[in-house]
Design a binder for this molecule. Sequence first.
Ligand SMILES: Cc1cc2nc3c(=O)[nH]c(=O)nc-3n(C[C@H](O)[C@H](O)[C@H](O)COP(=O)(O)O)c2cc1C
Length: 151
Amino acid sequence: MSVNCLVAYCSMSGNTEEIAETIGKGISQAGANVDVKDILMVDVKDLLNYDGVLLGAYSWGDGDLPDEFLDFYEGMDQISLKGKKAAAFGSCDSSYEHRGGAVDILVEKLNEIEADVVLEGLKIDLAPTAEEKEQCIQYGMEFVGKFGRGE
Ligand SMILES: Cc1cc2nc3c(=O)[nH]c(=O)nc-3n(C[C@H](O)[C@H](O)[C@H](O)COP(=O)(O)O)c2cc1C
């Protein structure tokens, strides 16, 4: 039975989108099905249709989630992701005090709604370099690897 994953992201200048697409590539390469979507095109309840969910957002303000993510974030309190695997990622900038704060907020929320957060949050400064793109592909593959053997 194949694993179905959703990569849902929020990106203003395209960096987090690029990370999302590249993680999606890794997920495909590992043999799972994947949908990569802008968060504005996703309903919170859609998460329930997937085995694995990866949420991505750039950081804003003082290590905050972007405004475009807030409705979705608040809606997450209405569901449980118990039994599903999850992870979070995002583009950030180390020149800010709270580097990648949005990624930490997403990890915390995923834990709160009982998802099994199987990987550490992936934070990449600005646009991914060639090397960081490789890291994104590995991240996607590793995520799928968490479904392996006996589960
Ligand atoms: C006003 C403003 C505030 C920001 N605040 C943070 C921050 O607190 N922490 C951080 O890591 N990055 C911060 N950033 C950097 C963005 O997260 C970074 O530019 C990112 O690459 C944007 O991703 P995107 O291309 O997906 O929109 C901020 C950027 C702007 C313009």
